[in-house]
Design a protein around this ligand. Structure first.
Ligand SMILES: *Cc1c(COP(=O)(O)O)cnc(C)c1O
Length: 810
């Protein structure tokens, strides 16, 4: 669309739909007008894409995920439809600024962190690579809570993201399906088949809301289908035996709507609540019914071809009920026999593992599970029975492992085992993570089914995380190597020629400084703090978790502070430490760490004697939109998880792509970043995952010894214990005891020395700006490998067996 067209469309929208003229319009009016213009254009391509897929009988991919952390979408659509520049000009001409207009969109925060953002990046890459791939999720009424920091405490507010209407969604009531919970199952033999009847089951109406997912410059529009729970029967039908009670009805309606009410705010932590299991089955059952329905209406094919036309990827074990639910639908509804249904199910489903943390493993008590999902439980029992029989008779060498491998044991259902047994592919999300799955966490399964296991290192969409959030750097890259990197991110490697080019270095440095100044203004506006844009911006942004070790970072900051107090003239490069992190509301220790960082920040930021050499900033409400503002300004990317604990990480990739240097442990995808850039272009430190795992198995680490021998640690720990950080001094004793009495589960003290040494080396390196900029440009040049386009290519060719399906050959 050209400028003139956009301008006319905005004017016409304001006049005819809102009855106002431009001079009376608000930012939000312009936002709505733009969204309508985009929606009209997108809808045309959406319909064409659907018709094209139908006509060509293309295999469809469905990505099932309990989370989609989309963030804002307007800029994505403008970019994809080649309308960003003209829209910017028109909006300016009308007296507005595009950034302020775009800010009117509420973040779609239907996810906790990395796992949900991965799902969003995958949707973007599937559409941009012209792969027929769709998302299947839940339309939570409340997304991830909004974080406020009040008196140094995290306070959670509900995120009612739908309050102004969500402009991208389309409610499709005609495509609703029913999902049943509870009750009892009656079996009858009819025409030689067992039929299953539900008695007293609760029936929930699942209503889909479709969100278009546009591809970059290619007319492909795929679908993210989000399900919402509504009560399916009217008041009169509700109570058959008694007079309908209005209050009962309202309560009933509320209890149904609860299913899609809110996102569980736990990252990497399993919460065995009945409502969560309900959400999972709701997603899976509604999603599968809708897939089967469209399969049947579009192809009129027998379901025996299902697995050649449908691939289902499950994002962690949360949607692993797809296995028994697909079995149920194929057998009970489609009258298929067990063997055929099992073969179709396992050939359709593929499972992605996201963590080896034991506290994240999903296991459901049989009692809860069987009462909520009686028919599904029967099927899971049968899957388990047949699986164990199969080992006993056909894999005799594994007989002793049956108790460990079984899906149901000691009254618990192990969802990971169900997902592995019921799928044809099990993948980890970074090389080291997949190796740990194969050799440790799932070693028996790996020996049993070696061919199922594979690696798919995560990625991020370079369109959002570079092109969109860092236009200045993008322009600089394009001026050097041309436009092709936008569609072929591996082309970024051409930048390597410029790594030592003084003029390119200077320009890259100017871009970084510009982005730091922009972030400095945001920091000033949000916190009142003035930070030095010549200081090193040292960034630690991610969920707050013990294994991510924000504690190690703040310990080092306090060490620097203590050192400066003794020697204020110490020659260090000024640093601005920037944190952003939400703690799960029930995660006491994580909330203590937030309090601790904020308390230390107060002391450090207000101490005149250290000559402004250190500033500590904790930005409130870390989410996609805030990440987009911080990442282009990062000099140092803190990726300091306890080795073996972070499956992949994707924040590491976003910052690398924007020219930050990684200071990290040999964990997750940090290792692959190091493999790409070489060890001279990354700062690594700390225990290796083998060493960590060895300590866990064989002992040999004593945190008390370090307290006794390392004076730096002793000072900090004593400060914690003695109330140096003020407020309620008993608070930080919990951290003290966590480290010393509980032997420092995440090796914070153990890795302190090597972290501190590497931080000193970061300081030394920054003094040589030619070297630093060379490292920075080298990182950008190698970041193409971490585009989710590469990841999706691998899933498509190795797991889904789908290929590119260009809606139109341009
Ligand atoms: C990328 C991203 C994450 C994941 O970050 P990690 O450092 O990999 O844990 C979490 N939250 C948001 C908002 C993100 O954009």
């Amino acid at each position: 669309m050209k400028e003139k067209e956009i301008q006319e469309a905005i004017n016409s929208h304001l006049e005819t739909k809102l009855g106002i003229s431009v001079k009376d319009a608000s930012n939000r009016d312009i936002f709505i007008a733009l969204s309508c213009i985009l929606t009209e254009k997108i809808n045309v391509d959406w319909k064409l894409t659907q018709e094209f897929y139908d006509k060509n009988n293309e295999k469809q991919v469905y990505y099932f995920s309990m989370e989609f952390l989309l963030g804002k979408l307007m800029k994505v659509h403008l970019l994809n439809l080649q309308m960003l520049e003209p829209a910017k000009k028109v909006v300016k001409k009308l007296g507005f600024t595009l950034d302020e207009v775009l800010a009117c969109e509420h973040d779609a925060g239907l996810g906790n962190g990395g796992l949900g953002r991965l799902a969003a990046c995958f949707l973007d890459s599937m559409a941009s690579l012209q792969i027929p791939g769709h998302g299947c999720g839940i339309r939570y009424k409340y997304g991830l809570f909004e974080q406020r920091l009040i008196n140094r405490n995290q306070v959670e507010l509900p995120d009612y993201w739908l309050k102004d209407d969500y402009v991208w969604e389309h409610r499709k009531p005609d495509e609703s399906v029913e999902v049943k919970f509870g009750g009892t199952i009656n079996m009858k033999e009819e025409n030689g088949r067992l039929q299953f009847y539900y008695e007293n089951a609760e029936t929930v109406r699942a209503v889909p809301f479709d969100v278009p997912i546009t591809g970059y410059n290619n007319q492909t529009v795929n679908t993210l289908r989000l399900w919402s729970a509504e009560s399916s029967i009217d008041a009169a039908a509700y109570s058959q035996n008694e007079l309908p009670q209005y209050n009962d009805y309202l309560e009933y309606k509320r209890s149904i709507e609860q299913i899609s009410e809110f996102l569980y705010p736990d990252d990497s932590h399993f919460e065995g609540k009945k409502l969560r299991l309900k959400q999972q089955y709701f997603l899976v059952s509604a999603g599968l019914q809708s897939i089967i329905r469209s399969f049947k209406t579009n192809y009129f094919k027998s379901l025996s071809e299902f697995s050649s036309k449908v691939a289902i990827q499950i994002n962690d074990t949360h949607p692993s009920l797809v296995v028994p639910e697909l079995m149920r639908l194929l057998m009970d509804e489609e009258e298929m026999g067990w063997e055929q249904a099992w073969s179709i199910t396992t050939q359709t489903v593929a499972y992605t593992n996201h963590t080896t943390l034991s506290e994240a493993l999903e296991t459901w008590p049989v009692d809860l599970f069987s009462s909520l999902l009686p028919r599904i439980y029967m099927i899971v029992e049968e899957i388990n029975e047949r699986f164990c029989q199969n080992i006993w008779f056909d894999h005799k060498q594994f007989r002793n492992e049956i108790p460990e491998l079984a899906i149901i044991s000691y009254g618990q259902i192990k969802m990971a085992h169900l997902a592995i047994v019921g799928s044809h592919s099990v993948n980890g999300v970074a090389k080291i993570h997949t190796d740990i799955l194969k050799n440790k966490e799932m070693k028996h399964f790996y020996r049993l089914y070696p061919a199922k296991f594979n690696n798919k290192t995560n990625g991020i969409t370079h369109r959002r995380w570079l092109l969109q959030i860092n236009p200045e750097l993008s322009r600089l890259i394009t001026s050097a190597i041309g436009n092709q990197w936008k569609e072929r991110p591996k082309d970024l490697i051409k930048l390597i020629r410029y790594a030592e080019d003084p003029s390119f270095q200077l320009k890259a440095k100017e871009v970084k400084t510009y982005n730091k100044q922009r972030l400095a203004r945001i920091i000033k506006a949000q916190t009142g703090l003035i930070v030095n844009d010549q200081s090193i911006f040292d960034v630690h942004i991610k969920r707050l978790h013990g294994y991510k070790r924000q504690l190690l970072n703040i310990f080092h900051i306090i060490y620097l502070y203590n050192t400066l107090k003794e020697n204020p003239d110490l020659d260090i490069i000024p640093r601005t430490f920037i944190f952003g992190a939400k703690a799960a509301p029930g995660y006491y220790f994580a909330k203590q760490v937030i309090r601790f960082i904020l308390s230390a920040a107060d002391i450090i930021n207000n101490d005149d004697t250290i000559q402004n050499k250190l500033k500590v900033v904790f930005l409130e409400n870390y989410n996609i939109t805030l990440a987009e503002k911080i990442i282009p300004a990062a000099d140092v990317s803190e990726q300091i998880s306890t080795a073996s604990k972070e499956a992949s990480g994707t924040g590491n990739m976003k910052m690398m792509m924007n020219g930050a240097l990684t200071l990290g442990t040999l964990d997750g995808a940090n290792i692959e970043i190091k493999d790409m850039v070489g060890e001279n272009n990354i700062f690594t430190f700390g225990l290796t995952s083998d060493e960590v795992l060895h300590f866990y198995h064989h002992g040999g680490y004593n945190a008390q010894d370090l307290y006794q021998t390392d004076e730096r640690l002793q000072s900090i720990l004593n400060q914690l214990h003695d109330g140096f950080f003020g407020n309620d001094e008993k608070d930080f004793k919990d951290i003290y005891y966590n480290l010393l009495s509980h032997n420092d589960e995440f090796f914070v003290l153990k890795d302190f020395n090597s972290y501190e040494e590497m931080q000193e080396f970061v300081d030394q390196t920054y003094r040589n700006q030619q070297k630093w900029m060379k490292m920075s440009i080298t990182n950008i040049a190698h970041s193409g490998k971490f585009s989710s386009d590469r990841t999706i290519h691998e899933y498509a060719s190795e797991i889904w067996k789908v290929s590119k399906s260009p809606v139109f050959s341009r």
